[in-house]
Design a protein around this ligand. Structure first.
Ligand code: GDP
Ligand code: MG
Length: 177
């Protein structure tokens, strides 16, 4: 048997999606390694990162997939979504177009992902309040319409990052356990 699998009770796959440069890779590096990078290297994405999360008496290994920049070419394939139980759908609160594109991302999720996938909508870069283009109320009301969890995050200042991932993993755990 594989000791890698034995050490946890559940292994969950989740994906990060959203337009290019909204902060997906930095949200993941903040969650997985507590790192933030000022420079963006869209084509040098890691494939995925792991983190173990204790929920009650169960140990969950969360495997979070990041794109390697394919979203720039609208080239995310169905294999990226395969087996994913959760998604963090990210927009940039300082770029309205990334919010407008959420409908497209939700459409893609419905096409490729499982219907009971736990989706958390994240308005990232909340630290850049001087250049905000999307209000928190707009994020909230879209989330309500589409039945998503929602929060605003800052990968840069480490605001709500842990909470966002834990909400997703907790939601999956509720369905799976
Ligand atoms: P991705 O293409 O969605 O993976 O986005 P990246 O994680 O590569 O981030 C794109 C750019 O936005 C980088 O220059 C990051 O430093 C910056 N960035 C990411 N998250 C934040 C944040 O919360 N606040 C600020 N101010 N910048 C951020
Ligand atoms: Mg990236």
């Amino acid at each position: 048997a594989n000791s890698f699998q034995e050490e946890c009770d559940y292994l969950f796959k989740a994906v990060l999606i959203g337009d290019s440069a909204v902060g997906k890779s930095n949200l993941l590096s903040r969650f997985a390694r507590n790192e933030f990078h000022l420079d963006s290297k869209p084509t040098i994405g890691v494939e995925f990162a792991y983190r173990n999360i204790q929920m009650g008496d169960k140990l969950i290994k969360a495997q979070i997939w990041d794109t390697a920049g394919q979203e720039r070419f609208k080239a995310i394939t169905s294999s990226y979504y395969r087996g994913a139980l959760g998604a963090l759908l990210v927009y940039d609160t300082t770029r309205r177009a990334t919010f407008e594109n959420l409908k497209k991302w939700l459409h893609e999720l419905r096409e490729f992902a499982s219907p009971d996938m736990v989706i958390v909508l994240l308005g990232n870069k909340s630290d850049l309040s001087h250049s905000r283009e999307v209000n928190v109320e707009e994020g909230q009301s879209l989330a309500q319409e589409e039945n998503l969890f929602f929060m605003e995050t800052s990968a840069r200042e480490n605001v709500n990052v842990e909470e966002a991932f834990l909400q997703m993993v907790g939601g999956i755990f509720e369905i799976a356990s």
